[in-house]
Structures are given as structure tokens and as C-alpha cells.
Design a protein around this ligand. Sequence first.
Ligand SMILES: Cc1cc2nc3c(=O)[nH]c(=O)nc-3n(C[C@H](O)[C@H](O)[C@H](O)COP(=O)(O)OP(=O)(O)OC[C@H]3O[C@@H](n4cnc5c(N)ncnc54)[C@H](O)[C@@H]3O)c2cc1C
Ligand code: SF4
Ligand code: SF4
Ligand code: SF4
Length: 378
Amino acid sequence: MITISDKTLCCGCTACVTACPAQCIIMRRDREGFDYPFVNSPDLCISCGKCEKVCPMLNPPKETTPECVYAARVTEYVDGSSSGGVFPYTAEKVITAGGVVYGAVLEDDMRVGHCEASDMEGVAKMRGSKYVQSDLYSTFEEVQEYLKEGRKVLFTGTPCQVAGLNSCLGKSYEGLYTIDFACHGVPAPGLWEKYVKALEKKSGAPVKHVSFRDKSLGWRHYGFRFNDQSVPYVEDPYMALFVQDMTLRPSCYNCSLRSGHSGSDLTLADLWNVSEAAPELNDDKGVSSVFVNTAKGRELIEGLELKPVAIEQAKKDNGGFASPAQIPQKREEFFSGVHSAEDLVRYMKSYVIRKPLFVRIYKGLRRWLSKVKRRIIG
Ligand SMILES: Cc1cc2nc3c(=O)[nH]c(=O)nc-3n(C[C@H](O)[C@H](O)[C@H](O)COP(=O)(O)OP(=O)(O)OC[C@H]3O[C@@H](n4cnc5c(N)ncnc54)[C@H](O)[C@@H]3O)c2cc1C
Ligand code: SF4
Ligand code: SF4
Ligand code: SF4
């Protein structure tokens, strides 16, 4: 029977909940705002051990070496996507073949959860990174049902979600395609939901639209947009604390499932090192690096214009491929004060580490110069 005594050992993938034949495990939210499995009816447990057997943190998949890595951009999709728009291209392929696509969406109340789409209107909601751990609900069960019916399914998510799904299915299905991404980690859904309320209180209006990767300010120095306000991501405390590793799930500091360890068919990432790897695409609109891990992954990107890049070039400058982040010293203190903070926005700002003024001026000048240069060249 699964018990979580060390939170760094549970990524919250829900594989154990789905696999339990006695249905005695539920996901329960902790004080930091993350969901963990909890055996709520121990008397129903038949001690079958399935929950532990399917756990990808206890039984991580073998590492795979990508057969090829490419730089890619899909002109039709780049604007509404976080990097190069490769995900909607692959989704369209699966939908055209009569399949279904699973991915993360922002729901009407601004919670982040997985849902299914069988048309491109549904896929459009999945586009764009949401920097919050997505609620999988009963996705794994639904995926299994579709696969058993012989339907094609494309599942997209964090590496640990892909590893959890594969492990929970227990065998490979011809119709299943999986895509993960280079993963920096996921912040707490409970914190995000509180932050939305705090923004609403501050602005006096309901938050109706959010973009965690607003490209109107550029791809590299993207913005955080809520309603019609967009600020550089470093100036928004939710985003700043995410990139400074303060608000990540404990398992993200101990992650053995990302960077080639999830068993996905494709891995997508931002090609931050574009100036060296694919300088002809360096116009600040967004470029993906595409890691082809399997033959199915190759099938998904067939027909796409691709530029081969060396694996080290694709991984350079990308925290999602580096070793897991260190737990910040003040993380525990930060989370213990969240519930009592009267003004959450101000409280979160007080934990953001700001770069010294001369560094900010220097970086601002470099950004401005590179924009001017692009305008002159373009
Ligand atoms: C929490 C998080 C951390 C990331 N960290 C890095 C990183 O360190 N380095 C890096 O290069 N790239 C990172 N990315 C991925 C990157 O931002 C792009 O999502 C990826 O390159 C795909 O780009 P695209 O333009 O093809 O996809 P888009 O068209 O933008 O589609 C977004 C895809 O991401 C999925 N997705 C969005 N939010 C979530 C979520 N919360 N949980 C699960 N799946 C989600 C959607 O289902 C969809 O498949 C991260 C993304 C997320 C959500
Ligand atoms: S041991 Fe079996 S029955 Fe008990 S909680 Fe785990 S999966 Fe469920
Ligand atoms: S990592 Fe997944 S399978 Fe393992 S305990 Fe956590 S939720 Fe369950
Ligand atoms: S860093 Fe690892 S544990 Fe955290 S969300 Fe990404 S894959 Fe999952």
C-alpha cells in the first residue's frame, strides 16, 4: 500500500490511483498546494502491491538516447505556441487520422487540468505552456479505454506524466503516441489558484485570460499576461518565483524522469541556443528543438521542415536539461507564510531575488540593442 513519507519521491502522476483495483486511493491536496495519493479506505486494500509496481518514481524507465535532434518552427502555429508550434502540428496529424489528443488547458476558473480534444478548436486551448502542475483527473483511465477500442491517442504532458501513463498502461499500444518536454519543474496548483484570487482583488476585475508565455514582447523575454495587462515575466512575482525554483514540487528537486528518462516518443523544448544552432531562425518568434526518441516520434513530425542540430547544441542554455534545481533555502519559510499573507502579491514579491541595478540596466540595454539590430536586418 502506497504511503508518502518523503514528498520528493512522489511526482503526483496518479498512476497508483488509476492502477488500484480496490479504488481505495484518492489524490489529496497538502498545505503547499500540491496533490498526493492517499489511501482513504485502507480496509478495502487487498495488498496487491500494484500501486508501488506502477510508480515511475520507484521504478523509473530506462534512459533513451534520441536518434536525432532538430530545430523546427511551424509558421502556421508559431504565434499561439510557446516555442516553435510543433505540438499543434503533431496534434493535427493524429486528429486527421481519427485520433484524440490529451493536453493541459486553462479552465474557465483558471485552474489547469488535462482534457481531450478531437478537433483543432480543442487543441488550440492546449497550446501555450501553463506553469502550474496540471490536474490529470481520470485521463489515464480514458486513454486506456480509447486504446483498447483501437483509437489513436496523442498524450502530451510533463516527463513524469508520460512515464506515469506508460507505467500504468503496463504494455505498449500501437495507437499511443506520447510527447513530453524539457522540464524546469511545476509550481503548486494551490498557490496558482490563490494568486489568481489575489490578482482579482488587486485589479478589481475577474481574471478571464492568462498567458504565461506572452510573445507580444518577444519569445526570449516573454511576458506574463492577465486580461489586457502584460509585464515582462521577471516582473511578475508568480513567474519570478517559478524561474527562481522557489515554488516547484518537491519531486522536481529530485527528478530522475526528465531529459530522456520518460519513455516519450518525442521531446520538445525551446531552442534557447538558437543563435549558434540555427542562426537563420533567430528572429525572436520562437524555435523548438525536437528530440526524436522513437520511430513513432518520427512519424509525428513527418513532412515538417527540419534542421538537424547536435544534441549538446540543443541542450545548451536550457535549464530543463540541466541537473535538478537545488531546494532554495527559504522555500519552507515561503510556503509556511502563504496562508497568512494579507497581500499575497506583495508577500510573493518580497521573496523575489532581484538582480543588482547595474546588471538590470546592462541587460535592458542589450535587449534594446538586439531589437534594433533585428529591425535593421529584418
Ligand atoms: C511546467 C513547464 C515547464 C517547462 N520547462 C521547460 C524548460 O525548462 N525548457 C524548455 O525548453 N521547455 C520547457 N517547457 C516546454 C516549452 O515551454 C514548450 O511547451 C515546448 O517547447 C512545446 O512547445 P510548442 O510550441 O510545440 O507547444 P505549444 O503549442 O505551446 O503547446 C504546449 C504543450 O505543452 C503542454 N502543456 C502546457 N502546460 C502544461 C502543463 N502544465 N502540464 C503538462 N503539459 C502542459 C500542452 O498540453 C501542449 O502539448 C516547459 C513547459 C511547462 C508546461
Ligand atoms: S496494495 Fe493494491 S489494493 Fe492496496 S492500495 Fe495498493 S493498489 Fe490498492
Ligand atoms: S509518483 Fe505517481 S504512482 Fe508514485 S506515488 Fe506519486 S502519484 Fe502514485
Ligand atoms: S521536474 Fe520532474 S518531477 Fe517535476 S514536473 Fe518535471 S518531470 Fe515531473
